[in-house]
Design a protein around this ligand. Structure first.
Ligand code: ZN
Length: 147
């Protein structure tokens, strides 16, 4: 090969396939229908959000478990600008750890807020985007009172 120039060209590969969320499908079906779905372990009763089909604590099966979509802020940091998929809301956005009511875990999620960083323990409720493709296609807003 000495003295031979290597022949190269650029190739673009595009793959179209159906991605399966497998044991977490109940979570995504829930987001699509405007509900937060976790999973509850049949053995120890631990509630996972996002759901796990098998409990990571005792390895028993865990079944889909509906939650209210409400929860509380554990930590919260305002972002300098909203993420691309929430930019259309035109509001300030924070990234936060939220413990959904009835869950034993927390979930990292965005909080769309009026500009103030929400304090630990602040109440929030979930809002769902019209198209669900990823785990981040929902967000929280400050909880509205029921009256
Ligand atoms: Zn368990």
């Amino acid at each position: 090969m000495s003295g031979t120039e290597i022949f190269e060209l650029e190739v673009q590969d595009v793959y179209h396939y159906r991605l399966s969320y497998g044991g977490q499908s109940s979570y995504f079906h829930g987001l699509k229908s405007g509900h937060m779905i976790g999973s509850k372990c049949a053995g120890c009763g631990f509630v996972w959000v996002p759901p796990r089909p098998i409990c990571s604590r005792c390895y028993e099966p865990a079944e889909p478990h509906a939650l209210s979509g409400r929860g509380e802020v554990l930590t919260c940091i305002l972002l300098p600008q909203p993420p691309e998929h929430l930019r259309h809301l035109g509001e300030q956005t924070a990234t936060a750890l939220i413990r959904p009511d009835g869950a034993d875990t927390c979930i990292k999620a965005f909080v769309v807020t009026d500009g103030d960083c929400l304090r630990r323990g602040s109440r929030v409720q979930a809002r769902y985007l019209p198209e669900i493709r990823t785990i981040a296609d929902f967000y929280f807003v400050p909880e509205e009172s029921d009256n």
